[in-house]
Design a protein around this ligand. Structure first.
Ligand code: XMP
Length: 517
């Protein structure tokens, strides 16, 4: 799988990853400061790091202690590259340990906000208040910095909260500048990038668009390109970007499997045909999917059927177009990082359902594989995609089929679509849509008794699911205001035929999952 390395020549920071959760946040902060960065595994050999031509290196935090057996280390030779290095938390302890400082286990771990007192002058703390607040979370501490280093800051409990060797441009901070609980953390990171690494801040979304349009153009030449649109933000932005590069040589295929939300198919067709002026093939496969799903109750079988059928339909359409060399995919940077680590867990494997098989004979174009989600959205905005697509909450490939408990029927799809549309409308009206990772309706298989007017009813129970999350791997149920819950329930029960009860799902993940199937 080849991809164009768009940022090969851009000024860049290399982040050595000692704990993925910290690394991604640091990377996003660096990019927000307009400096491109890449996350590499912590043990990447120094020559490979040097080959990226970094202007600086950041060693991230991580859960380990430098004294544990098998604790992760970087190649010592990175300290001989003549490149500025910033160690954060574990990254600083490791730097101290490898360069001859004294790292100790603290009797009491330090956790939370604390005052940071800055000692002396350094580029790292230029313009930062003294004292300033920082966020600490560590069990080990540095008793004595390595030779050549001086103490740049301390806290009540931590004698070396920051250290630096200004000549070699090696710096360390015990606290976490990447989290919002360190109010001046952004300034400290910017100081490292601009004052110490002499970055100039060239990374912007418009420069990204310009460079990737040229790169795609060079690669594709006169070839034919195909893209599967799902209605989600990643495939939409990838398609719009490639369209800007190759125009009519791109054909996008949108398969309507009949399991989409209300108005979604129309919105995709309108956006891409009229808004973007793209070649868009709309495939009405609704009946075909419904027939294949008839009577199927098991969630995993539903997924498998939908996944297989999806590929079959896509292949048929590709064959009709003929002579295609390239396939666009909306892979984003977190997918790339995750597939490079052991923690790409099984729970997530089902996410490829609704995706395309690897063995299609096309060459892949993945124009977003260097971008974080917030960057993808910015690119989408610059390419003129509408807000409803750019800010759409994630939606599973198998769509409403896994939000209907038990067998999928046309009638149940219609009920769920209406209920879900009310949920989305009310959540948007309350200004909560962007804050929530997902908010949607589920059609349970429970029927219960109710009363409407003078009449007894016997109808379906609809579930409401609303969660906050940063990546879908863990999630918390959203504390929606009672008034919003009330409005949703009252509208769903009154406006959607055959529904007479609504319940709110207050399970977090784990142990629950976000979807009900
Ligand atoms: P769960 O239900 O596993 O969902 O907590 C986590 C995230 O993944 C989405 N999801 C899927 N996405 N195909 C997809 O493309 C699937 O089969 C699938 N199942 C769950 C879910 O919407 C949530 O964002």
């Amino acid at each position: 799988m080849r991809h164009v390395d768009l940022a090969a020549e851009a000024e860049k920071i290399v982040i050595l990853d000692f704990g993925a959760q910290y690394s991604q946040l640091i990377a996003r902060r660096v990019r927000a400061a307009r400096v491109y960065c890449e996350i590499l595994p912590h043990a990447t050999p120094a020559p490979q790091v040097a080959a990226r031509g970094p202007k600086g290196i950041i060693l991230t935090g991580g859960p380990a202690s430098v004294y544990e057996e098998d604790s992760p280390v970087c190649d010592r030779a990175i300290f001989d590259l003549g490149v500025p290095i910033l160690g954060i938390c574990y990254g600083m302890q490791l730097m101290a340990y490898l360069l001859g400082g004294d790292v100790r286990r603290a009797e009491k771990a330090e956790y939370g906000k604390t005052n940071l007192y800055i000692d002396g002058e350094s580029g790292l703390f230029r313009g930062v208040n003294n004292p300033t607040v920082c966020w600490m979370s560590h069990g080990d501490y540095i008793k004595e910095p390595p030779p050549g280093f001086s103490v740049l800051a301390h806290t009540g409990n931590t004698p070396v909260a920051s250290m630096g060797n200004q000549e070699r441009k090696f710096y360390g901070v015990q606290f976490h500048p990447e989290v919002t609980h360190t109010p001046e953390g952004e300034k400290i990171l910017r100081n490292f990038l601009y004052e110490i690494c002499s970055c100039s801040g060239t990374w912007t979304m418009s420069s990204f668009i310009q460079e990737s349009v040229e790169a795609v153009r060079r690669r594709v030449g006169n070839g034919q390109v195909i893209c599967g649109l799902s209605g989600g933000v990643d495939s939409a932005v990838a398609a719009a970007l490639v369209h800007r590069a190759v125009g009519p040589n791109l054909t996008s295929v949108f398969i309507d499997h009949g399991l989409l939300r209300k108005g979604e198919a129309e919105s995709v067709v309108r956006t891409f045909r009229q808004g973007q002026g793209m070649n868009l093939v709309y495939v009405d496969a609704r009946e075909r999917f419904l027939n294949r799903l008839a009577g199927v109750e098991d969630p995993e079988r539903k997924r498998k059927i939908i996944g297989e059928e999806f590929i079959r339909v896509f292949e048929e359409e590709a064959r009709k177009i003929g002579d295609i060399e390239f396939l666009v995919q909306g892979t984003v940077y977190p997918d790339v990082i995750e597939s490079g680590t052991k923690t790409a867990s099984l729970i997530k494997s089902h996410h490829n359902v609704g995706g395309l098989p690897e063995d299609l004979r096309f060459q892949l174009i993945e124009p977003l594989r260097d971008l974080f989600k917030d960057e993808v959205r910015k690119v989408g905005e610059e390419l003129g995609l509408p807000e409803e697509i750019i800010w759409r909450q994630p939606f599973p490939g198998p769509g409403l089929a896994i939000r209907i408990i038990g067998a999928v029927t046309q009638e149940k799809l219609d009920i769920l679509r209406e209920a879900d549309a009310i949920v989305v409308e009310e959540i948007k009206k309350a200004g909560l849509y962007r804050e929530l990772w997902q908010s949607f309706a589920v059609l349970t298989s429970v029927k219960s008794v109710g009363v409407m007017g003078d009449e007894r009813t016997y109808g379906y129970t609809v579930g409401l699911r609303a969660v906050t999350s940063t990546d879908g791997m863990t999630a918390d149920w959203a504390r929606l205001p009672y008034e919003v819950l009330e409005r949703i329930a009252s509208r769903v029960v009154n406006e959607v035929p055959m529904v007479n009860r609504m319940v709110y799902d207050i399970t977090s993940k784990p142990p629950g999952t976000i979807e009900w199937e």
